[in-house]
Write a protein that binds this ligand. Structure first.
Ligand code: CMP
Length: 134
């Protein structure tokens, strides 16, 4: 069974439990089992480490500010082929390019406010789960 990291971003958490519940229902219906979950205010240093691969990108500061702007829901999940399956379920990074019915199509507002994050590959999943869940 493969594990992956899933994160519901601040604008969705700020919008209330209904959207969080709707997103969790989608991943549950897709066969993911939640093995860890917490709502937390992310520390700036942790976010800079988490998104370290983007640190030279022009949007890095804005990205870190945004992720620290309010609590996120951090989730550890497992399923067969979990990493690729979750990436498919959430859709493209930019909600405008996300396939119809994907989580970012349904809940994303913009490239920076794209509702959720999911690990891009198995190495990232191990690294991100280690950072967030220890
Ligand atoms: P996420 O999957 O969490 O990984 C990095 C995030 O950077 C991405 O979602 C976007 O929300 C955010 N981002 C902001 N601007 C850009 C951009 N120009 N290209 C890619 N990602 C961006």
């Amino acid at each position: 069974m493969q594990q992956t990291y899933f994160m519901i971003k601040p604008e969705i958490v700020a919008a209330g439990e209904q959207k969080i519940g709707a997103i969790l229902a989608i991943v549950n219906a897709a066969g993911f089992r939640i093995t860890g979950l917490n709502m937390r205010q992310m520390d700036r240093a942790l976010v800079e480490d988490f998104y370290g691969e983007h640190k030279e990108r022009p949007f890095f500061g804005e990205l870190c500010d945004y992720i620290c702007s309010g609590p996120v829901v951090a989730i550890r999940m497992e399923r067969e082929n979990a990493v690729a399956a979750l990436r498919e379920l959430i859709g493209a990074t930019n909600p405008e390019e996300a396939a119809v019915g994907t989580i970012r199509d349904l809940f994303g507002a913009s490239l920076s406010n794209n509702a959720v994050h999911a690990s891009a590959n198995t190495d990232d999943a191990a690294r991100e789960l280690g950072l967030i869940f220890g």
